[in-house]
Design a protein. Sequence first.
Length: 338
Amino acid sequence: MREALEALASLKKDNPATFENVRAQLKKAGCRITQLDDAIAEENGDTGGRDPKQADILINIAQSTELFHTPDKNGFANIVIDGHRETWRIRAKDFRRWLAQRFFEETGGAPSSAALQSALNVIEARALFKAPEHEVHIRVGALDGRLYLDLNDDKWRAVEIDATGWRVIDNPPVRFRRARGMKLMPIPAGGGSIDALRSFLNVRSDADFVLVVAWALACLRNCGPYPLIVLSGEQGSAKSTFSGILRALLDPNIAPLRALARENRDLFIAANNGHMLAFDNVSGLPDWISDPLCRLATGGGFAVRAHYSDQDEVLFDAARPVMHGVEELRSPARYRTV
């Protein structure tokens, strides 16, 4: 029918995603899609036209997001899901899966790998050249004299901290990214005392406990320099337990304690995917790792060669709190902090 053909041609121009969904339903109903596409193209005056490309539909879907880029030229997208904002890197798997899911909801089919890759190239280009620049934080961020601590929950809430106190807010003004391995922070409650932590830590004196509390408070800052904390004690003095407790309070992770990095690239990757670094059973610090740990605590930069490239570098310029345990040969009753 002429009226139906005109309606489909208009729908293809005005709403390609909806048209693709209708086209898929017509195909299931037995419509000859090739002839339909030719008739619609003729109606639109496009003799060489075909059905909307999958990449174009994906790009159209991404228009519902807020694109931006970071100072180090990484493209990100803010997506509103169930009333809250989530921030995903455009090249991350989560964003790819979200695009594929929305494509399936619109068309009833799956995009090809080539279409998805082409769409991501365009979306990332828009984020880099047509969108504003914003900072993206991991676990701790700051804005206008306030600190924000990402709770890593499903609602993307954060704790807002300022001179008057703290509160849990639903939509923090800073943008957080979620790395693999990050876990839910303990939801804070009022009325407590820092003295309650003392019984869980096998420190030798109250002065050492003060050092631990000072280090923990420094971890809640959004920038360095950070003090390094070294746990020194004999085997069985609960160094690993101590480290695990502080990591669970300040930056919970599926792998809270790790072996010391074997090269700068491993240290860089760990620092890029977590706010705190905790190393366990460190028997010694060779010079090649001692200097990078100091740069990491004070805010020095790292540069490693990008994979499959002769000239490009991957840069990391940030500071991270660092904690590691060292076993002593002597036998003190308790361990000490340095």
